[in-house]
Design a protein around this ligand. Sequence first.
Ligand code: S3P
Length: 170
Amino acid sequence: MSGHIVLIGMMGAGKTTVGSRLARALDRPFVDSDAQVEQRTARTVREIFETEGEAAYRALEAEALAAALASEEPAVIAAAGGTILDPTNRRRMKEFGTVVFLEAKPADLVGRVGGDDHRPLLRDDPAGVLEEMDRVRRHLYEETADVVVDVSALGPDDVVAEIVRQVAPT
Ligand code: S3P
């Protein structure tokens, strides 16, 4: 079993920002599952959703996550928001890493999610979509997590410090 740190949570919770800073602080590689999908397919997440649909994207996402988790070198892995929907993804994360849930309320996330190219699901009603996602997913984030960090009142560097404190990797 390898000691990855896997960050989970909703879009806008800060997985990419916190993950890259945490990786730098721990001198580990940083792997972002969406960036891996985009690199492997040479397409944006939005293009994949639009041309092949969500199910095809979810399969690519699962492959990218599995590849990251299979790497021997302990890394910090930002797992895109929907990865926890798949039970196999959840099992693999727990098997190969310490899972950290960056917890935030949907209302706090609205202002933090830009309409960028990797979040096509937010389209016209980000607040409503985030509320609904939170309702469906919160228990999955909670049951998958080894550690929960409430990020609503913390800046990225404070979140990094809190993860280091709680996970205390060797
Ligand atoms: C999604 C989250 C996004 C991206 C896609 C779907 C989700 O990643 O994978 O838009 O279903 O929560 P981030 O969590 O990195 O924003």
